[in-house]
Design a protein around this ligand. Structure first.
Ligand SMILES: C[S@@+](CC[C@H](N)C(=O)[O-])C[C@H]1O[C@@H](n2cnc3c(N)ncnc32)[C@H](O)[C@@H]1O
Length: 224
């Protein structure tokens, strides 16, 4: 079943290039994935199409209003679809979550802006909250792109060569091994001899040792 994703944002054009380039563009072309980007203001009913207002209780900034977001989600949702809000206080995104989302048939990704969104949206029309890392961005459109990019690679058929996923970082407990390509000698730096040996067992052994060493140095938490 192909996966359809609706993105709700106040900055739809931020995703223009992202959706046509590279592997993601290929997935979309092949019909395995469809992505539709919507402007939340299209559901705003006020004269100036306002999608935000001042926070109750005071404080700086603006908050996205519930009416247009409820209306958008209620119009777009289908039975069984997963409605996701991108937010720094959500569950950290991971390869595991990307794999789960790649098996869905319909996702709605809501990008927040300003100070965030009215809490009632989160309580009533959101099923899952995802953060892309411990830092705060100006809005959730790039996080939506990050979520889509990582899951799109895991949809069978989107990546040309399926086996390119097997050694990847975060697929198992180890990070990836170092890669080299031609030329074998570049500015006095040579490719490790073992990679030129043609001995596949030795190459596998070397790569595995590199993966363990790199993980131990950079991400010892993954080995626990
Ligand atoms: C300036 S942020 C709001 C931050 C919020 N006041 C807080 O401190 O948690 C505006 C919007 O950007 C998005 N955003 C910012 N950082 C993010 C992150 N690390 N992961 C996912 N979404 C993020 C969210 O959609 C959020 O509603």
């Amino acid at each position: 079943m192909p996966l359809h994703i609706d993105v709700l944002t106040l900055f739809p054009r931020m995703l223009d290039g992202f959706l046509v380039e590279s592997i993601l563009g290929k997935g979309i072309e092949s019909g395995l994935l469809t992505v539709k980007v919507h402007d939340v203001r299209d559901w705003a009913t006020s004269k100036h199409k306002n999608a935000d207002d001042r926070p109750f209780g005071g404080g700086a900034g603006m908050v996205m209003k519930p009416e247009p977001v409820f209306a958008a989600i209620e119009q777009l949702q289908t039975p069984g679809c997963r409605r996701i809000y991108l937010t720094p206080d959500g569950t950290p995104y991971s390869q595991k979550i990307a794999g789960e989302l790649a098996q869905e048939t319909h996702l709605i990704l809501l990008s927040g802006h300003y100070e965030g969104i009215d809490q009632r949206i989160r309580e009533k029309v959101i099923d899952q909250e995802i953060s892309i890392g411990d830092y705060v961005l100006t809005n959730g459109t790039l996080p939506a792109a990050v979520v889509i990019d990582a899951l799109a690679r895991l949809i069978p058929g989107v990546l040309g060569e399926e086996k390119s996923l097997t050694h990847e970082s975060f697929t198992g407990k180890l990070l990836d091994f170092p890669q080299y390509t031609r030329p074998a000698e570049f500015r006095g730096m040579s490719v490790p001899d073992v990679l030129l040996s043609g001995d596949h067992a030795k190459i596998e052994e070397w790569r595995n040792a590199q993966r363990i060493e790199k993980t131990r140095l950079v991400r010892p938490d993954l080995l626990k």
